[in-house]
Design a binder for this molecule. Sequence first.
Ligand code: MRU
Length: 343
Amino acid sequence: MQFRTIEWTGDALLLLNQRLLPGRETVRRYSGAEGVAGAIRTMVVRGAPAIGVAAAFGLVLAVQSANRKDRPWRRAFGAAAEMLGGTRPTAVNLFWAIERMRKTASALPDDPAKAARRLEREAVAILEEDLEANRAMGAHGAKLLPANASVLTHCNAGALATAGYGTALGVIRAAVAAGKKIHVYVDETRPLLQGARLTAWELSKDKIQCTLITDNMAAKLLGDGKIDAAIVGADRIARNGDVANKIGTYGVAVLCRVHKVPFYVAAPRSTIDPAIRSGKEIPIEERDGREVTHLMGRRVAPAGVRVYNPSFDVTPARYVSAIVTEKGVLTPPLARGIRALFR
Ligand code: MRU
């Protein structure tokens, strides 16, 4: 990989600023939890696993900073956990990482230096485990793709959305590394263009063949028989296998079903929310209408027009051909596989 999405220095978090890609590759340095929360909210860092990792380091920074000011670390930790948890509601990895850090914190003695060190180790483990999970998903998922395939993807579920390597793009990377000839069709992904700005950028950097399309072109490609499989990431998967992912994913899944093309989801176990029965219970983030009325800062709709801007949709489990996890590939009935994963 020729770039790092997230890097920990020991007392600061470095984030590649995804708002500016592909035009500018700049890294921002964060030394406090407030900054990290702002980075998640404004999508300097985005993608379900990546925001979980960032939040874990945000908590470490909160404790380190309380210790420097001689303030009680537990209070700082609690306040930071609340703030980070209030940034984005849909991706469960964020809450999963905060909860994991909270559990670690609750078992710690009061000694502030020891607490900071132990929490730092936990955040580093979350980052490293995510990388490992992505590699494992790649190995499992690559087998699903034909030796010569055109694969459609939506949004960015790549190295930029994770600690590295990626989930859906990790599967594609692994297939290419195994010698398969994969051509990726990249949905532009309105309104924030994660496909055009991020997926096309990281695939091009890795010299993986790709073609960019606008979202409304996918139906034509599928209708013309040009797509062999679709693979996407996920922000939260319910117990029954319903999948929340970037807005537009549901449409891709339905199109795949109509055209008898497999629709795969690649996601680590930390993206599955066993507390949620079905997709109906998944909170869907709604973002500022300016993301729809403006394109790269320029107004493209009349002033004052009413806007609906849900950031995610839910694909019902029945449209999902398989979920690739680090533990293996779950096939329908997905609910059964998910149950086994959490047993
Ligand atoms: O709003 P974003 O860019 O954070 O949305 C990201 C996605 O929907 C990704 O597909 C998902 O988080 C999976 S990333 C491995």
